[in-house]
Design a protein around this ligand. Structure first.
Ligand code: CS2
Length: 475
């Protein structure tokens, strides 16, 4: 008997209040769930129109399900499935950018949220400035129908400005430092180039709350889809699988205070997110990236596999000991407990989070995840041998050849350039110097300070391999 598709219930549907740019697994496993819960708790018209900025795959998978999908919580105790019915439509930006702008311009839409990944902001990762040479930004400055997230935000705000409609709140949910002020700066820079009056109106009336988002959500595989079907008896072409843990901290600053009742469903609404954001980016994402490069090079497929290795398990604890002095403790948090909880989350055997997936886009991730901590530790005279080894491992990784001589599929907007820089140098020491000179990633002063320690680490790493270099690092 053919398996039936997952279908949506006939529950009444709310009006649309949110357009979300970047409909990847993370947002569907996180923000969309909170919005659904907030409406179930307190009502409100906060239905979501999702926008894929690249491919039609998610739209095509979800349409036959009337935009419903399964959110699957995975732990060693088993799995729990919830059907999420909060999406009202999915648009594919490259197919019809005008439809996306029209959706964003509807007066009922009061929030435009984003998970477009670090590279989706088209900024310089080291400085946070808009990269006006980025092909998508150059295109969007010259054409009214955009391709980039920043282009969509500004062109949609322009439509609202022209129509006398209040701006929406721009709520970024990406793992960037001070993500609210960052996206505000990018939007205002772009807008000023289009129309200075528009930029002034946005600066005065729009809001850009900063957020800290956290839930480990690996990419869904065909195997996941088949396993879920066997358990539920329904075919869901686009489920999301994630850990039980979740944390959302939002700066409570919305246009007209209009937002779902997030506080009722466990979101922390605060005045200042910075300390939470730094803690999470440095302690979680920083160690994630370190484990991704060193784990991948050591032949470990997932984070759980990597920390199941006794050397790595000790190593990651040492990393937290290096990072914690560079983290301001947010109110109500115990950093040691936070680190212990992270370790338990990484060890969750049900979460198959590939080191290769986390290794992606390192050029956009390294600054806020690892380099900021390193700069502060150096300034304070604190050694960070584990983080230094992680930088060396990233350099080995972007060279594109693993320790067995096999090709690494390096996914990074700067992959070709990093590969060329690495290939033009011969020895590990020369590669370190050449890669530290990439100014979009390494600020000059830090590059000078990193040169000697990263060179030493790279020499050990190239000579011994990642697993032995990690084992040699632990005390
Ligand atoms: C990961 C994050 O892929 C990555 O780079 O570090 O997606 C991480 O899983 C999330 O930020 C957890 O909240």
């Amino acid at each position: 008997m053919p398996v039936k598709r997952l279908t949506r219930s006939t529950a009444p549907r709310p009006g649309v209040g949110i357009v979300h740019l970047g409909l990847g697994a993370f947002y569907r496993a996180f923000g969309a769930c909170y919005v659904a819960e907030a409406m179930a708790h307190s009502g409100g018209d906060w239905g979501i129109i999702g926008v894929s900025l690249q491919s039609p795959a998610i739209r095509d998978a979800l349409r036959p399900q009337n935009w419903a999908y399964s959110s699957v919580t995975l732990s060693s105790a088993g799995q729990e499935v919830a059907v999420i019915e909060v999406l009202e439509d999915v648009l594919v930006a490259p197919e019809n950018p005008a439809a996306v702008l029209a959706a964003m311009a509807q007066p009922g839409v009061r929030i435009v949220s984003l998970t477009v990944t670090e590279k989706g902001y088209c900024h310089n990762p080291a400085t946070g400035a808009l990269n006006v040479d980025h092909p998508d930004i150059a295109h969007d400055l010259a054409h009214p129908l955009p391709q980039s997230a920043i282009g969509f935000l500004v062109r949609a705000l322009a439509l609202r400005h022209a129509a006398g409609v209040a701006p929406f709140t721009v709520m970024t949910c990406d793992n960037l430092p001070e993500n609210g002020p960052l996206v505000r700066g990018l939007v205002l820079n772009f807008a000023a180039r289009v129309d200075p009056a528009l930029a002034g109106w946005i600066a005065e009336h729009a809001r850009f709350p900063a957020t800290m988002v956290d839930r480990i959500t690996p990419a869904t595989t065909q195997g996941d889809i088949a396993r879920l079907e066997a358990v539920t008896g329904h075919h869901d072409a686009a489920p999301v699988l994630h850990e039980p843990f979740r944390q959302w901290v939002i700066e409570d600053d919305f246009v007209g205070d209009a937002r779902p009742d997030f506080a009722a469903v466990g979101v922390q609404m605060v005045q200042d997110v910075t300390a939470f954001e730094h803690m999470k980016l440095r302690m979680l994402n920083g160690t994630h990236s370190a484990l991704a490069y060193l784990g991948y090079l050591s032949g470990h497929e997932t984070i759980a596999d990597t920390v199941a290795n006794p050397g790595f398990n000790t190593f990651v604890r040492q990393l937290w000991a290096e990072i914690m002095p560079a983290v301001a403790t947010p109110t109500g948090v115990d950093l040691a407990q936070y680190a212990a909880a992270l370790r338990a989350r990484y060890e969750n055997p049900a979460i198959r989070h590939r080191t290769w997936q986390i290794a992606m886009d390192g050029s956009q991730k390294l600054p806020q995840r690892i380099l900021g901590t390193l700069a502060e530790n150096i300034a304070a005279g604190r050694a960070s041998p584990g983080l230094i080894l992680a930088v060396a491992a990233w350099m080995r990784y972007v060279g594109g050849v693993d320790e067995q001589g096999r090709t690494i599929e390096v996914k990074d907007p700067m992959a070709a350039r990093l590969r060329a820089v690495s290939d033009a140098a011969t020895t590990p020491a020369e590669k370190v110097v050449a890669l530290l000179a990439v100014a979009e990633i390494f600020p000059l002063a830090l590059a000078v300070q990193l040169r000697a320690p990263v060179t030493q680490a790279a020499e050990r790493l190239w000579a011994q391999g990642a697993q032995r270099a990690v084992d040699a690092e632990i005390q």
